[in-house]
Design a binder for this molecule. Structure first.
Ligand code: SF4
Length: 330
């Protein structure tokens, strides 16, 4: 590891100003991703601004829904009684990720900022446009079984590794950030980006902006009964998703009156299944409708040499998650 400056401010404004002055500086929260990348030489900072003293840990019910401070740990969110009762999809998704030890350290803000687990990104001997823009993409012609089905480009086919982000997408979260130009709010669908020509950019944060909180709207708390987070992975714990599905339905008299669906492990950002949601609205709860929704959701999917199995796995996972959410499967 290189030598770097380290500060630990107690005020958000001071932290933001401190980073603004440092072109090669990073905010440090739980460190579960950043410190790993520093050890591997992927991130070589001149300055770390440790934000753990900032007052951004609060989790509370508000007039408009739920406020989750960016420094709340993943465990604190997943174990919060009101979140478990009203936003259970979020608790399920978080508990599907990492290990208890990591969830105790990892923060909500850090989880939003997680970088891809594409093995070529971590191997500094290999080309990777995300790590070194313009160097090429080792995964395009390489072992790409973990990679994207949707929204990829010829510059990058990596996926977002987070489980939490998939639930936040389904729950219409809003990300609050602040920077030297002041605070702003970003809808979760606009927070992570597709790779396009600039895969080095994972999200739409401006340089120096800090995530301060995540808000969940009251409307999403109606989706608290028929929910499931299905994660398909190579081993049953402590592994990233090959495909995951966050499913939440609102049902009255066996008719679906609203659907929230998002997939993980298939795109550079959590992949909301809006057209499948629209199809399901007003339909009866049955397997045929779930299969049709899955078919719709898969339109536009494109596989690579080693991830063709996902073309079958993903729609099956959608159907199974809907069956599990509605009690058609157990
Ligand atoms: Fe890098 Fe993206 Fe290609 Fe992986 S898929 S090697 S992260 S450019």
């Amino acid at each position: 590891m290189n030598q770097f400056q380290y500060t630990r401010p107690a005020e958000t404004a001071v932290a933001v100003k401190s980073l603004a002055k440092e072109p090669n500086g990073y905010f440090l929260a739980g460190g579960t991703n950043l410190v790993d990348m520093m050890k591997m030489g992927l991130v070589v900072p001149d300055k770390l601004i440790d934000i753990n003293r900032l007052p951004l840990k609060k989790i509370e019910k508000t007039a408009t829904g739920m406020h989750i401070g960016a420094l709340a740990s993943n465990s604190e969110v997943a174990e919060h009684a009101y979140i478990k009762a009203q936003y259970p999809l979020l608790a399920l998704a978080i508990n599907a990720g990492a290990s208890p030890q990591l969830r105790n350290m990892a923060t909500v803000g850090g989880n939003l900022m997680q970088r891809t687990r594409c093995p070529y990104f971590f191997d500094t001997a290999m080309p990777c446009n995300k790590r070194t823009p313009g160097s090429g993409c080792g995964a395009l012609e390489g072992i790409n079984r973990m990679h994207a089905l949707f929204g990829a480009s010829d510059k990058c086919i990596a996926v977002n590794p987070s489980d939490m982000n998939v639930a936040l997408a389904a729950l219409d979260a809003t990300i609050h950030v602040t920077g030297v130009k002041g605070p702003r709010a970003i809808k979760i669908g606009d927070f992570h980006r597709l790779p396009g020509d600039h895969p080095e950019l994972d999200n739409t944060l401006q340089k120096g902006e800090l995530i301060t909180s995540v808000d969940l709207p009251t409307a999403s708390s109606a989706y608290n009964k028929h929910v499931y987070y299905l994660k398909i992975r190579d081993r049953t714990s402590y592994a990233f998703a090959l495909v995951s599905v966050a499913a939440a339905l609102h049902i009255e008299n066996n008719t679906i009156t609203g659907a929230r669906l998002a997939m993980g492990g298939v795109a550079h950002k959590p992949w909301r299944l809006s057209t499948a949601e629209t199809f399901l609205k007003g339909k009866a709860v049955n397997e045929d409708n779930f299969k049709h929704a899955a078919q719709i959701a898969m339109q536009g999917a494109k596989a690579y040499e080693y991830n063709k199995f996902k073309l079958k796995l993903a729609p099956n996972a959608i159907v199974q998650s809907l069956k599990l959410a509605t009690g058609l499967a157990s």
